[in-house]
Design a protein around this ligand. Structure first.
Ligand code: NAD
Length: 381
């Protein structure tokens, strides 16, 4: 019996992406898999049923109960998990640190679940790095949203009606999303400054034509061996706030993107700093999903405080669903290809690429950090 790989329609409100695009169906069928796509699964992203069928997928009304391998964007709901086949494989964004109930349900149902967020940061894993792919989308869109809310132009304009000065954009955190935001803001003609605790970033910021904000702060052990930022002391964050105040005050748009994996985003913009900004300025808090870098951010909402527009978007990648789906689907199919041997899932648990994103397997929560979190919340895994 060939293995059936299925792709459902996402059900989380506002989610427009799909985990597989038609162009990638042959990659799976050529590997010996049968592909079943739920009717309408790609519609919101601009991928229609006939496109999948033309590439060799079967369209079905329901896909959960027959899938040997389920590809998703968002984590499945408890009801969806109850319809999944025991011993099946799931690959999706599992939100592994906050999704205790679903993770316990997946373990109880003997599902082998991989979390795309936990992909190790090694060279071999780059084509499977879904988080970076989605950060690229978010960084780009953040600038467009902020620009459309700013009551000013971004570029310098010299017109018969006078000269328009360019907008000033300050990006805090120049990882994948931040660098994309810097590049996009530069292309729109803004004057861009940026800061990151990781010293290696300065050169990347400057190569995009932006200025690196020299705060005169030396972060201790700025990054871990995978290139992620390490959390700093409260004292450091307080000094960072003080040193950044003048950059925030002179900016028309502030785009904070600073994250520390597995933790609430650090507060880098206080209410006092918001008060120091010009009315009409915009803060687009890309860290909103992890609580926000601005003390006033309300995740999922746009608010105005002290005359400043503060936007805390959730799931920006879903607002560019066509390419976000293409990019996500490539990372997921690359990962699935890694897990297959002779057309069947084959788990080499000695391989960090297989083991790293693995959260539940054979009825157990096997990821050490996720397991520790569940235990510390008094939830028996
Ligand atoms: P991220 O989303 O975890 O964090 C965003 C940025 O916030 C990071 O640059 C971080 O240094 C910064 N930050 C954290 N605390 C801060 C603070 N107090 N002030 C200012 N900035 C702060 O990170 P990311 O974008 O996913 O990636 C970070 C780096 O890892 C990038 O340079 C990227 O190139 C690298 N990376 C490597 C691989 C790989 O090797 N496979 C994959 C992805 C990313």
């Amino acid at each position: 019996m060939p293995i059936i790989v299925s792709v459902p329609k996402e059900t989380v409100p506002g989610e427009q992406r799909v985990a597989l695009v038609p162009e990638l169906v042959p990659r799976l069928t050529e590997a010996g898999l049968e592909v079943a796509v739920q009717s309408g699964a790609g519609e919101l992203a601009g991928f229609f049923d006939d496109g999948y069928a033309a590439k060799g997928a079967r369209l079905e009304a329901e896909v959960f109960d027959k899938a040997d391998i389920l590809l998703k964007v968002q984590p499945p709901t408890i009801v969806e998990i109850s319809h999944m086949k025991e011993d099946s494989v799931l690959i999706c964004f599992l939100q592994p640190y906050t999704n205790a109930t679903a993770i316990r349900a997946l373990a109880a149902r003997q599902i082998t679940a991989f979390s795309m967020e936990l992909m190790p940061r090694i060279t071999r894993a780059q084509p499977m790095d879904a988080l970076s792919a989605m950060s690229t989308v978010a960084g780009y869109k953040a600038v467009l949203v902020a620009a459309s809310r700013l009551p000013k132009f971004f570029p310098l304009l010299m017109t018969a009606a006078g000269t328009v000065t360019p907008a000033r954009v300050f990006v805090i955190g120049a990882g994948v999303a931040g660098l994309q935001a810097i590049g996009t803001a530069k292309r729109l003609g803004a004057v861009v400054e940026a800061y990151d605790t990781r010293p290696a970033v300065k050169e990347q910021v400057e190569s995009l034509g932006a200025k690196f904000a020299e705060l005169g702060l030396a972060a201790k052990d700025a990054e871990d061996k995978s290139g992620y930022a390490k959390a700093q002391s409260e004292d450091f964050y307080q000094r960072q706030q003080e040193m950044m105040s003048k950059y925030v005050a002179s900016a028309d748009v502030v785009i904070p993107t600073a994250l520390v994996p597995g933790q609430r985003a650090p507060i880098l913009i206080t209410e006092e700093m918001v008060r120091g900004m010009r009315p009409g300025s915009v803060i687009l808090d890309l860290a909103a999903e992890q609580g926000g870098n601005c003390a006033l951010t309300e995740p999922g909402r746009e608010i105005v405080r002290h005359g400043v527009v503060i936007i805390g978007p959730l799931n920006l990648p879903s607002t560019i669903p066509f390419q976000a789906s293409e990019m996500y689907a490539r990372t997921v199919t690359n990962y699935l290809a890694h897990l297959l041997k002779d057309g069947r899932p084959y788990l080499d648990l000695e391989d960090e690429l297989t083991r790293g994103p693995l959260v539940t397997h054979r009825g157990e929560v096997v990821h050490e950090i996720v397991k520790a979190r569940l235990c510390s919340e008094n939830l028996t895994p």
